[in-house]
Every structure is written in C-alpha cells, then in structure tokens.
Design a protein around this ligand. Structure first.
Ligand code: C2E
Ligand code: CA
Ligand code: CA
Length: 541
C-alpha cells in the first residue's frame, strides 16, 4: 500500500474522528438543553393554570360564603363584610351586589347602576358564571375577570394569574375555558400561541420552545426562544464539550498511532503479507563440470505496488523477528508450485531449493507446510531441497528429528551459509545432512592472499569427508569456478552463471541450458571428469 494513501486515509479518518464526537456532543448537549428548557416551560405553564383555576375557585368560594349569609342589602354591615372579604382574599379585588338588574353596592360603597347583563363567557357547574376582559364599572381600571355566584360578583385581576411567574425568563399566555386570553406575561407572540392546541404538550417550532398545560378548562402556554438556549448550553453543558474535546483528542491520537503502525516497517510488511505482495525469483544452480542447470534456489522478493522489488535481506530479519516469516514462507512455497511446478514435472532431474527460517526447522513446521502446499503440485519430493541455516539446526535433537523425517519423505536437506556460524565438525557429523552450501564470503576469498582464502579448502575437505554434496554460493568469476571445480566441488550458483531470475526467464534459461547439454557444449572444460552432471544429490551418507 502506498504511503501517500495511508496518510490520506489517516487524514480523512482523523478529520471524521475529530468531527464526529464534537458533532455528537454538541448535538447531545443541544438536545439535553432543549429538553431541560421544555421541562422548565412546562413547569411555568403548570404553575399558571394552577393559579388561574385556584383564583377562579377562590373567588367563587368567597362569593358562596357571602351568599350563605343574611344581610339587609347595602347596609354598612353588608358593605363592611364585602370589604372585609376583599381585604382578606388574595385574588378578589372588588365584590359587587346585584339586585333587579342593578348594581346596588360594591365593597367600595353604595352604587345604583343599571347592569347590562351579557351572556357569560363560560359557566362552571350550575351556578358559577364568568366573564373575562371586563372594564370595571366603578374604578374603570384595567380589564378584569368577573366571577358571579347568585347576586354577588367578584373582580379578579388577571395579572394575579401570572403573578410570581414574572421573574421567569419566558412569555406566558393564560386562556380561560372559553379560549379567550385572560392574562399574558412578557408579551408573547399570540400569532404563534393561537396555532397551538389546548392539550398538554411541549416541543419546538420555528425557533420557539413551548409547553402547553391545561387544567380545569384553563390553558397556559409558556414560550421561550431557542436563541436563549445558547446561554444555557454553554453554561451548563461545558462538560459535554469537554468530553467531546477529550474524545476528539483520543480518536485523533488513535488514528495517528494506527497510521504510524501501518507506516512502520512492520505495519507495511503485515499489509504486504495480507495483500500477498511477494514474488519468487529463481537462481540457477549449476553443475560446475558441465555448466548445466540442475535446479534453482527460490529467493523471495517483495514487490511493492509501484512494481519495485525489495531485497529479502531488508525484510526477512524483521519477518523472522515478528513471525511474519511463516505466512511469507507459505506464499513462497505456493508460488513455487505455480511458477515451476510444470517445469519440474517435465524435468525430473531438476530440483528447487527452499529457504526456511530457524523456527520452522525447530518446530518441524517445514515438513507440514511443504507437504500441504506442494503435495499436489506434480513436484516429486526428491526434487525438493530444504535449506536451513546453522542457526536453524542449533537445537541438535530437534534438528536431527526434523531432518530424519524430511529425508524419510524423500526431501534433501542442505545447510546454508556454512562457515558463518559456529558449527563444528562434530556437530555436523551428528546430523544426517545431504549437502552443504559454502557461504559467498569464502568464495570471494579464492585466489586472494587473505586469511579466509585457506578456509575454503578445509571446508571442501570436511564436506567430502562427511560425504556431503557441496554447493558454492556467490560465484562471480571464471577463476572462482575453476578453483571450485579443481577442488572437487560439484555445484555452484552465482552471477557468473546467472542472477536470480523471474520464473519465465528461469524457465527459458533451463530450456537453453538443457539444449546445450544435449548438443554437448560444456562451459568449463577441465581435464578432471566428475559424474556430477547427473543432476541429483546422490552422495547421501
Ligand atoms: P541466501 O539463501 O544465502 O541466498 C543467496 C543470496 O545471495 C541471494 O540473495 C542471491 O541473490 C545472492 N547471490 C547469489 N549469487 C550471487 C553472486 O554471484 N553475487 C552476489 N553479490 N550475490 C549473489 P537474495 O536473493 O538477496 O537473498 C538474500 C537472503 O535472503 C538469502 O540468502 C536468504 O537468507 C534470504 N531469503 C531469500 N529468500 C528467502 C525465503 O524464501 N525464505 C527465507 N527464510 N529466506 C529467504
Ligand atoms: Ca539459501
Ligand atoms: Ca546462503
């Protein structure tokens, strides 16, 4: 996967990661504020209807008390009693006494005015009549509500209905049972309240938050604006915003960590494994005496999406450390079956050498994975060489068991990079190996007057005494090839012959090599003849 894509994905994720919690918390805080505000308005509306109903019933009760007593009309005693009741009542402003269509007297004193009796605005029970919005005859003061029981009526100031709610930050409308507005507070938008029903409910419409409460026929609507909500929102819900910010920081942090991981070498390698970005190249293994290709070593390459190839020494150590080497090995083995299975089936003299990590040898997984993945490939077991480094054979008992089992199944086992580890002759002797690969560093030293240059002759002698086949690695010059041939080394691989080739090129290489063999052309002509052009490891102990 391209780094730029990982970075782009990370930026998009971080952006969404930052916005989402912020959006959710703002939305959450907003909805909560809205709900709290609706509840507050419902409380106000409910207080208003309770007051309205109570004032109305209070006034009616006062009048009923008065009606239950006998007075000579409009005497001082009568008027005095009316006045006393007004003073003692919280709701009643004035009481009037009516007889024969005339207002005879009020709690203020005697009167004698003709009353024009209009149909009541609403009636409660049999005997309580009510009018709203009436201008008092005597005082001519603000419009009042009138409650009448029998010959008495009482004036109730509608302001009393919303009294005590005045310090609330809301507009209120109280309507009487007949639907007429009887009190308002803080100049409500009556166009809006007219549209609302009369049953108890709450909600938000067009920037208005409202609550409607109905009780005993009275309805109160409390309204406030969503604009006011921002104050509430920022005051009371700072913790929401704090939480949102915290969540945003955490999410961005996680995204950064995840992207770092993905961009880290290990992250990139895991993605490569998942996307199967590995290809296998094949380095021809040559019989020195004839120059004929007898097989190949399978060498993995990591093919990046841009087509570039990464050398194995750059990722195999990390893969081994992390355990990713196992799926990589599996992919290599599967590729071998696909790439050169048919070729090996056609030419039974050819073999393929596969590199295994130390762990696969220690645990014996090497056998399981090769068996599973190449069992049906058409490649015979004796065409498969398993390469293990000295490190892989450190645990001698386990190694011996794995090697013995491998050979029983027909595979050949070679020790790789021989000479670079610490293995002793004694150690080698105790393992039932088939071949030994001489590390390139010793081949490099051939014919150079260095300390290592003498070592290769000893390694060759040692291998011979153990009856191991020898494959020399990293042959780059004719002199090296001649030296090896002179010293009885049978096989080699190196750039002098061929680099590791993509499968198709390797197949071409083999066909050409075999044709050359058929026509009798031999690359290195030495006087010594060996039987190693018989391309198999035939020197098993
Ligand atoms: P190796 O197994 O010792 O493989 C031989 C390495 O030497 C290969 O390098 C090969 O291309 C290189 N080589 C061969 N002839 C010459 C030559 O004449 N001159 C020079 N300068 N180099 C030559 P490569 O392919 O880069 O592989 C490096 C190492 O990566 C291998 O060393 C092996 O240890 C590891 N490796 C490669 N493929 C696999 C695999 O499939 N599994 C495991 N576990 N390790 C692998
Ligand atoms: Ca190798
Ligand atoms: Ca090697």
């Amino acid at each position: 996967m391209k780094r730029s894509r990982v970075i782009l994905e990370a930026v998009i994720l971080a952006f969404l990661g930052a916005l989402l919690p912020l959006f959710l918390t703002i939305y959450g805080a907003w909805s909560l504020s809205l709900r709290m505000e609706e509840d507050r308005l419902m409380d106000i509306a409910s207080q208003a209807t309770t007051r309205a109903e109570r004032s109305f019933l209070d006034a009616a009760a006062t009048l009923k008390t008065l009606g239950g007593r006998r007075f000579i009309s409009c005497t001082d005693a009568h008027i005095g009693e009316m006045r006393r009741l007004v003073v003692n009542s919280r709701t009643v402003e004035e009481i009037g006494y009516i007889e024969d269509g005339m207002l005879k007297c009020t709690s203020w004193g005697p009167e004698n005015r003709l009353i024009k009796e209009l149909a009541p605005d609403f009636v409660v029970g049999k005997d309580i009549k009510a009018w709203v919005d009436v201008i008092p005859m005597v005082t001519g003061a603000n419009p009042m509500s009138v409650v009448q029981v029998g010959p008495y009526n009482a004036l109730v100031d509608p302001a009393r209905l919303v009294e005590g709610l005045a310090d609330q930050d809301a507009s209120v409308v109280v309507t009487a049972p007949n639907g007429v507005i009887s009190a308002t507070l803080n100049t409500p938008d009556t166009d809006f309240t007219d549209k609302l029903g009369r049953e108890t409910t709450k909600g938000t419409v067009d920037g208005n938050i409202y609550a409607v409460n109905s009780k005993g026929g009275w309805t109160a609507i409390a309204i406030s604006s969503t604009n006011g909500l921002f104050g509430l929102f920022s005051n009371e819900h700072w913790f929401f915003v704090a939480f949102g910010t915290f969540a945003t920081i955490v999410i961005i942090g996680l995204v950064i960590r995840m992207s770092r991981k993905r961009l880290s070498p290990l992250g990139e390698l895991s993605i490569a494994v998942r996307k199967r970005e590995f290809v296998v190249h094949y380095q021809p293994i040559i019989a020195l005496s004839s120059g004929v290709c007898i097989g190949a070593e399978a060498l993995v390459r990591w093919q990046r999406p841009d087509g570039s190839l990464v050398r194995p020494d750059l990722f195999i150590p990390l893969a081994e450390q992390s355990g990713l080497i196992r799926p990589i090995t599996d992919q290599v083995i599967e590729a071998i079956g696909r790439d050169i299975g048919p070729l090996l089936k056609q030419h039974r003299s050819l073999h393929v050498a596969i590199n295994f990590c130390a762990d696969d040898f220690k645990t014996g997984r090497v056998l399981e994975t090769v068996g599973q993945r190449l069992g049906n490939s058409g490649i015979a077991n004796d065409q498969i060489w398993l390469e293990a480094t000295e490190r892989g054979l450190m645990d001698i008992d386990e190694a011996r068991k794995t090697i013995a089992e491998a050979r029983m199944r027909g595979y050949a086992v070679a020790i790789d990079d021989f000479g670079t580890g610490y293995s002793s002759l004694q150690y080698l002797q105790s393992l039932p190996l088939d071949a030994l690969k001489i590390d390139k560093s010793f081949v490099d030293a051939i014919n150079r007057q260095t300390a290592t240059s003498a070592v290769i002759a000893h390694i060759i002698e040692m291998a011979k005494s153990l009856k191991l086949s020898i494959i020399a690695e990293g042959v780059e010059t004719r002199e090296q090839a001649e030296y090896l041939l002179d010293h009885g080394v049978e096989f080699c691989q190196g750039w002098f012959y061929a680099k590791a080739l993509p499968a198709a090129e390797f197949i071409d290489y083999v066909e050409t090599s075999l044709k050359r063999q058929d026509s009798g052309v031999v690359m290195l002509s030495r006087t010594k003849s060996t039987n190693s052009s018989e391309a198999s490891l035939s020197s098993r102990p």
